[in-house]
Design a protein around this ligand. Structure first.
Ligand SMILES: CC/C=C/CC(=O)SCCNC(=O)CCNC(=O)[C@H](O)C(C)(C)COP(=O)(O)OP(=O)(O)OC[C@H]1O[C@@H](n2cnc3c(N)ncnc32)[C@H](O)[C@@H]1OP(=O)(O)O
Length: 729
């Protein structure tokens, strides 16, 4: 056996070169160079009859180094040239795919003449999720290998597929359960001397479809609709179209042009920022210097969920899917039966979606999922998630009970979207074990888990909650305790501006349209209708902003010396609660309907309202709608950072991308602010604040002013400009 650097090569018989491979960090220039050198050496060495390429540490490759894309001094061999070099080798080249083959890694495998995959390997072209396309000739080779529909699906979604799926598609030649490298060497030895022409994908035609043009046109429309302004999926379709219309070399040139267009679009930078931000937020810090690197989580072997309303049902479903045995508790048998039925329905649906893994859910087994009204069954669980109504008194009563019943080390979580964690913790004898876990609805679908530590929450409790997020396949973001935490606190001024815009002349559908065109999944009014207008109404009543507790003589459009809009209250008073009641800011086909239609009833209510309050309606353009809603939200983000409620702008961005439908290709609100330029954000806030001096949400945050005064530093430096790190972090 001879060892070199760059690749494994199988000679005739058991001889082989062995060498390099890099795992997760991506294909670096050094790796490319080593592969090129190794291939040339193998081609020149008559004793080498075949070549085998594999990765190191059981991973073929995670693709190109993503950080390298934004590097201005990228030089050296290109991945595309290397793939061509592999393909043109005079000796058969076999890829041994273990672990993962993603992006450029899979493109390298496509250059090989044969591919052998381990049964647990996953493959994919995730470039589209980074705002790019497979730019090392992948858009030209893959359709030639597996046909246009399957290739387009992989390239435009970036999804990872299993080895079995890859075998079905013809992406790999063999799937093995044992040693992949040995199997690849065996195959290499078998194919020595066989003609390579038919194995060179660049020489193959793209398998024709009955109507390729029609198929691609329909695909383009579908992708455009789904992409909400994100360029990459559509350009991926164009690249695949080139494969169907042009000879290979011209298709490659077209792929290159489209790749360069994407690389310089700004969206690629935003999406790559989002990729790293989601990984950065796994590292957390908390008061007193506690941080992720020094805190170990407790084991999570069993859990309980209290309350089987919408949130509780979704949370039970996530836990079952994560293979964590659950006790689901309700206050009485009637609610328990309703909750049980709903949970079972959700689980049946999830099992159907998961297909071959459904057996693993095993949710009819009482050892894995138990429904009860008996608190005593919570005695031994490692974790309790309380998911009852947003009612402080009720939550405190439950936590008091929990601290009497649960074992001392059990983690006590409250699923609240705004309430004070410290007050809830004060009802227990162990506040260090109490933590907020803010799930987003539907809890079994949404990726975000906002994790809120209180004054006494221990580092172990935070680490365990982060571990929970990982187990549930969610993105956990650790934040401090304040009203609305991070996500909802930033949402309040955004929605407030949207409602003020209605007072001044806009219609709900106009405001929604502007924000949906920006890329939000749904605008603020559609979102409020979906969530239920009564939720906010109850909260405002609780805060004394509306209802009988408002002192007589309070001006209708003012509270606590600042502008207030009673419009959402008026809607609720007239029974408009959103989708659930069939009317809200929109009209729906029935109570519980989902199709929003602009409602003339709301238009006349607005006209009447403006008349009553002497407001002369004006035309409000798209720019003003965008600026007032988005900059108010961003402004609150700066206040949150200055108060130390979050450790950095990445945390806010990850929360918004994963929990609030912020368009990922815009990188999150704080990244967007950096893109627009902080001086402009400040100037426009100053402008709007002057026009609306009674709206504190438009008054620029002192931290934003400071950053502008310091010369608009890059986002990654912002936190270093806080005069003292917050008392909370
Ligand atoms: C013309 C040339 C075109 C080339 C196209 C490409 O190849 S683009 C790149 C395509 N590849 C990808 O998009 C893969 C991205 N990575 C992942 O999806 C996941 O990391 C993973 C490989 C599935 C592994 O997931 P897991 O959860 O196990 O680990 P992490 O995500 O936490 O990753 C560990 C650390 O590795 C870093 N990392 C992973 N992939 C890359 C990469 N391609 N480039 C650079 N860095 C990468 C990741 O950031 C983690 O780093 P930390 O510092 O530990 O946070």
């Amino acid at each position: 056996m001879r060892r070199g650097r760059g690749l494994h090569a199988a000679g005739a018989g058991p001889e082989r070169y062995q060498g390099y491979g890099r795992g997760l960090r991506g294909i670096s220039l050094a790796v490319l160079q080593a592969l090129e050198d190794g291939l040339e050496k193998a081609d020149a060495d008559p004793s080498v009859k075949a070549v085998m390429i594999c990765g190191e540490n059981g991973k073929f490759s995670a693709g190109a180094d993503i950080r390298g894309f934004s590097s201005p001094n990228r030089q050296g061999p290109s991945l595309a040239a290397l793939v061509s070099l592999i393909e043109s080798s005079k000796k058969p080249v076999v890829a041994a795919i273990e672990g993962i083959a993603l992006g450029g890694g899979l493109e390298v495998a496509l250059g090989c003449h044969y591919r052998v995959a381990h049964v647990k390997a996953r493959m994919g072209l995730p470039e589209v999720t980074l705002g790019l396309l497979p730019g090392a000739e992948g858009t030209q080779r893959l359709p030639r290998l597996i046909g246009v529909p399957a290739a387009l699906d992989m390239i435009t979604t970036g999804k990872h597929i299993s080895a079995h799926e890859a075998l079905k598609l013809g992406l790999v030649d063999e799937v093995v359960e044992a040693n992949t490298v040995e199997a690849a060497m065996h195959l290499a030895n078998q194919v020595i001397g066989q003609p390579l022409g038919p194995r060179r994908l660049s020489l193959r035609p793209v398998p024709p479809l009955p109507d390729t043009d029609g198929f691609l046109r329909a695909a383009r429309l579908r992708v455009r609709e789904r992409a909400r302004g994100c360029l990459a999926p559509e350009l991926c379709v164009q690249a695949v179209r080139a494969a169907t219309e042009l000879p290979f070399s011209a298709g490659v040139r077209r792929e290159r042009e489209l790749f360069v267009e994407l690389l310089s679009s700004g969206q690629a930078r935003a999406l790559q920022y989002a990729f790293f931000a989601e990984r950065a937020v796994r590292r957390w810090s908390a008061p007193g210097g506690a941080a992720s690197h020094g805190a170990a989580p407790r084991p999570l072997r069993s859990a309980a969920v209290i309350g089987l309303g919408t949130m509780g049902r979704g949370i039970v479903t996530c836990l079952v899917k994560a293979n964590i045995p659950v006790v689901a508790l309700e206050q009485n048998l009637e609610y328990l039966n309703v909750g049980r039925k709903a949970v079972m329905l959700l689980l049946e649906r999830e099992a159907k979606k998961m297909e071959q893994d459904a057996q693993a859910l095993d949710f009819h087994n009482p050892a894995r999922l138990q429904f009860t009204v008996d608190f005593d069954l919570l005695r031994d669980v490692d974790l309790v998630i309380e998911a009852v109504f947003e009612d402080m008194a009720l939550k405190k009563e439950i936590f008091h009970k929990l601290s009497r019943i649960c074992k001392p080390e059990a983690l006590l979580c409250t699923n609240t979207s705004a309430l004070d964690i410290d007050e809830i913790a004060s009802a227990t004898s162990r506040p260090e074990q109490v933590i907020g876990t803010h799930f987003f609805s539907p809890a079994h679908v949404m990726r975000l888990l906002e994790i809120i530590y209180g004054r006494h929450t221990s580092p172990t409790a935070i680490a365990t909650a982060m571990q929970l997020a990982r187990a549930l396949r969610k993105v956990g973001v650790v934040v401090g305790n304040c009203f609305g935490f991070v996500g909802n606190r930033m949402m309040f001024p955004y929605v407030e501006q949207a409602v003020f815009l209605l007072e001044e002349g806009s219609r709900p559908e106009e405001v929604d349209q502007v924000l949906e065109d920006f890329g939000f999944k749904i605008g603020p009014f559609r979102m409020s209708d979906l969530a239920g207008l009564d939720v906010g109404w109850r909260s405002r009543q609780g805060q004394g902003l509306t209802g009988p507790s408002v002192p007589a003589g309070t001006p209708a459009r003012q509270r606590l010396g600042r502008r207030y809009s009673p419009l959402p209250d008026l809607l609720c008073e007239s029974g408009r609660f959103g989708q659930k009641s069939g009317t809200g800011w929109y009209r729906y086909e029935r109570a519980g309907g989902r199709t929003a239609t602009p409602d003339p009833g709301v238009h006349s209510l607005l006209a009447q309202y403006r008349h009553t309050h002497g407001i002369r309606p004006r035309h409000i353009d798209q720019e003003e709608i965008l600026e007032r809603c988005l900059f108010a939200l961003i402004n609150e983000g700066f206040a949150i950072l200055a108060e130390g409620i979050a450790a950095g702008p990445e945390h806010l961005d990850v929360i918004y991308i994963n929990g609030y439908g912020w368009p990922r290709h815009r990188g999150g609100p704080m990244f967007y602010a950096a893109t627009v330029g902080l001086p402009r954000v400040l100037a426009r806030l100053q402008h709007h604040s002057q026009a609306h001096p009674d709206v504190p949400g438009l008054r620029p945050s002192a931290f934003l002013e400071k950053l502008v005064a310091m010369g608009n530093p890059p986002l990654k430096e912002w936190m270093s400009y806080l005069s003292q790190q917050s008392p909370r972090l």
